[in-house]
Every structure is written in structure tokens, then in C-alpha cells.
Design a protein around this ligand. Structure first.
Ligand SMILES: N=CN[C@@H](CCC(=O)O)C(=O)O
Ligand SMILES: [Zn+2]
Length: 422
């Protein structure tokens, strides 16, 4: 059961609202996803306020105000879901049914959701987003990004950004999701780069563009990325989802934090992405961060696209993230566990690699990883002293059960910024 009050963006203290300490002991497997990739057996950890203050062997655990016996269960970092589109109303069941009957996905369906989203009140849209965040948290997600992109005019994009900013951890401006019917593509791109960008700026940290046939061309995408960069936003790109195209190359050119989907990659795309990580040291997390390739396996299955080549990307030296891409068109799920299961069973990642992509990788895509405590906020996506206490206890002795027991809801309990959320 999720306490809706726990969905607030900034939280501190424990369930009782004080800043006492809690030791979680008798942890069967503690998968830290820290820089050393430590996986501890018979472990314990201590939470103080919103942070982790101690990690080690259960036998050495210090005393604390409260003691929780994990009874041999596994503990991992809460999921960091770095790609979602939560600000929407309505659903697209009919489109999904048609797709399962053989239709292919096209960007045009975004217009259906835009109409439904514009038609609901602020209160209703807020409730819908809040419910989706609660659903994600109940499955172990503790840090969540959402895009705008179903407003597609100045007023509705600003409204989406404002609502998202109150409900999720990171907001990405996606006015460049679809050219609305009846609009001239160049004039609409001007709007995205001008008045719409100005209107969303107070609420967003990132900007994105859907660079794909049926959405935005390479030139239009370049204009959007340039305007967003000049406005001080971090960048990401929806790229190479429906076919090979310029998305990855643009993301690399603009040093974007991530390029997402990445289903159709040429050899040069993979080589260029790997090149962005050449100066970064994975052992210390220092050096210039490259462009994360974000894989969205639930979306790939729901749109019947080939799964993103996560194995090849990792082998080439690219840092990857895994995200649920919750949205009504291509991936109506917030289940990160489903993505991890698919990554292991179908994309040939090890359990450790899949969990890493869904925790540390997401944090890397959002610039919130270890050693990068920007704006005074604590690192997320890995468990180490000083990091935000975002924990996911499984109803299982090891993370391997996520793949070994597909479809079984394995979330036992969740802490978000030191607060028991589930
Ligand atoms: N591909 C672009 N945007 C979303 C889907 C949007 C929609 O069809 O509603 C995605 O990430 O899959
Ligand atoms: Zn998306």
C-alpha cells in the first residue's frame, strides 16, 4: 500500500517523520550497483534520515534506533526510470489491438492522446500522474523522469511541465513530439524553439526531440536541440526507433545525456556512441560522461520492433540505461522488473547488467549517479554511504529471481529517500 503523501518530490525523515536511524539486517544479497560492483552476502545497511550511513557485513552492523530483519531477502537500489511520458489522459486500446492484428506503429497516435489530455482539468491530470507515480513506486521505482509531449501548444505544454514538476523527480520538455495536425512543420518548430520553450523553462531540466520519420526531421531536430541547449537545458533524443536515421548521430553531436529507443543502429552509430565514453573512467565515475543509450524493451515488444541491441552496446563500451517508457501508445507499463526480465531472457544481459542498467544506468542518463551529487542532491541508482536511501527489498533471496521467476511480483518493500514507501 503506497502512501500518496510519499509521492512528493522532496522528502526527508523516516516513516514517522523523524530523522532516527534504521538498520536493515540479515540481507541475503545486497546488490549495491556501486562503482566497485559489489554484491554482498549476509549484509546489513543503516539509513539515517534520507541517506545511507553504513553498509557492511551483518555481523558488524552498528546499533540503530530501529531494526528491520530482511529475513534473507535481496536488497537492490530502487529502480531509476529515466524515460516515461506520464502526463496524459485516455488510453489507446484500439490502436494496440490493431497493432496486435498486424498494423505497424506510427507517430500519428500521439495526436489522439493530445486531444484527450487537453480535454481534462488540471486536477484530473494531476490525479492521473500521481496514480501512475504510485503504481511505479509500488513496484520498486524510486526515481522517476517524465516528459511532456501531449500538450503540443504553449498553454498545454506549460501545464504538463508544471504538473509533472510537482509529481516526479525530473522533467523533460518534449514539445517536439509531433507536429499537430494543421500546423506547418517549420512554424511549429519555431514555436517549440521560442514561446513554448520559454513557457516550460521554469519547470524542466531537460529537452528531448522525437527525431523520426512522421515526427521531426534532422534539421528540425537540430533546431530544437540548439534552442534547448542555448536555454541551458540538458538534452536527450528519441532516436532510431522505427528505422536507422540521424537520431544517434545528432545525440552524439550535441553531447546529449541520452539517446533513447536505439532499435536500429548502424555500426558507425555504435562506434560513435562508444566514442563518447572514451574519456570516462567507469572505475571512478570520473571524466566526461558520454551519451547513454537507453533501451526500452517493453516498448519494443508492444510495437513489435526488434529489441534494442543492449548486448552489443555494452560489449562496445557504451553505458546503457533501461527504462519502462510508460505511455499510452507504445508501452503502457511502469514495470521496470518486466524490462529487467526481458533484458536477461531476450537481450542476453546478465542479471547484474540488467539491474545496473535499470538503476545506475538510469541515474547516469539523468546526471544523478554516484560522485555527481549535483545541486546538493544525493546520488541515486546505487547503494553506498552518502547516497540517497532508495532501496528495493525483494520477496526473493537474490536478484536472479527477477529473471528466474518472470511475471511474479517480487517487490517486498521500498524506501524512497529514507522513507518507507511500500
Ligand atoms: N516514440 C515516441 N514517443 C513515445 C510514444 C508516444 C505515443 O505513441 O504516444 C515513445 O517513447 O515510445
Ligand atoms: Zn518516449
Amino acid at each position: 500500500m503506497v502512501d500518496p503523501a510519499l509521492n512528493n518530490r522532496v522528502m526527508s525523515g523516516n516513516r514517522n517523520g523523524n530523522s532516527g536511524s534504521t538498520v536493515i539486517t540479515n540481507i541475503g544479497e545486497l546488490m549495491t550497483q556501486d562503482l566497485e560492483h559489489r554484491v554482498l552476502k549476509d549484509a546489513a545497511m543503516v539509513i539515517e534520515g534520507e541517506r545511507i550511513s553504513w553498509i557492511g557485513a551483518a555481523k558488524d552492523a552498528p546499533a540503530a534506533d530501529e531494526m528491520i530483519d530482511a529475513e534473507g531477502r535481496a536488497v537492490l537500489p530502487g529502480w531509476v526510470d529515466s524515460h516515461s511520458h506520464l502526463v496524459f489522459a485516455g488510453d489507446r486500446t484500439a490502436e494496440f489491438e490493431a497493432r496486435m492484428a498486424g498494423e505497424s506503429y506510427s507517430a500519428g497516435g500521439i495526436a489522439v492522446t493530445t486531444g484527450a489530455t487537453r480535454s481534462v482539468s488540471d486536477d484530473e491530470l494531476t490525479r492521473l500522474v500521481r496514480d501512475r507515480v504510485a503504481e511505479a513506486v509500488s513496484q520498486g521505482t524510486t526515481y522517476l523522469e517524465s516528459k511532456t509531449g501531449y500538450g503540443l501548444d504553449v498553454e498545454n505544454e506549460a501545464r504538463s511541465a508544471r504538473i509533472a514538476a510537482a509529481e516526479v523527480d525530473e522533467v523533460t520538455y518534449l514539445g517536439a513530439h509531433l507536429v499537430p495536425k494543421g500546423s506547418d512543420p517549420e512554424e511549429y518548430t519555431d514555436l517549440v524553439c521560442g514561446p513554448m520553450l520559454d513557457a516550460v523553462l521554469p519547470y524542466v531540466r531537460w529537452a528531448d526531440v522525437f527525431c523520426e520519420r512522421g515526427a521531426f526531421t534532422e534539421d528540425q531536430s537540430r533546431r530544437v536541440l540548439t534552442a534547448a541547449r542555448d536555454a541551458g537545458l540538458g538534452l536527450r533524443v528519441h532516436g532510431n526507433q522505427l528505422g536507422e536515421g540521424p537520431g544517434v548521430a545528432l545525440a552524439v553531436e550535441f553531447a546529449a545525456a541520452s539517446v533513447d529507443h536505439v532499435n536500429y543502429l548502424s555500426d558507425p552509430d555504435i562506434r560513435d556512441l562508444a566514442g563518447t565514453w572514451a574519456g570516462w573512467d567507469p572505475a571512478t565515475g570520473s571524466g566526461p560522461r558520454g551519451t547513454v543509450a537507453t533501451c526500452l524493451p517493453a516498448c519494443d515488444l508492444s510495437t513489435r520492433q526488434p529489441l534494442a541491441p543492449g548486448r552489443e552496446l555494452i560489449d562496445a563500451g557504451v553505458q546503457i540505461a533501461m527504462a519502462a517508457n510508460c505511455n499510452p501508445g507504445t508501452s503502457y507499463t511502469s514495470s521496470m522488473a518486466f524490462c529487467v526480465t526481458t533484458a536477461v531472457l531476450q537481450m542476453h544481459l546478465s542479471v547484474h547488467e540488467a539491474v545496473r542498467a535499470a538503476t545506475y544506468g538510469g541515474a547516469l542518463a539523468l546526471g544523478r549517479e554516484s560522485g555527481n551529487d549535483v545541486d546538493g542532491e544525493r546520488a541515486v541508482g546505487s547503494l553506498a554511504v552518502g547516497h540517497r536511501a532508495d532501496l528495493h527489498l525483494l520477496k526473493a533471496p537474490s536478484a536472479t529471481h527477477l529473471a528466474y521467476r518472470p511475471g511474479i511480483p517480487l517487490t517486498h518493500s521500498v524506501w524512497r529517500a529514507g522513507v518507507r514507501a511500500v
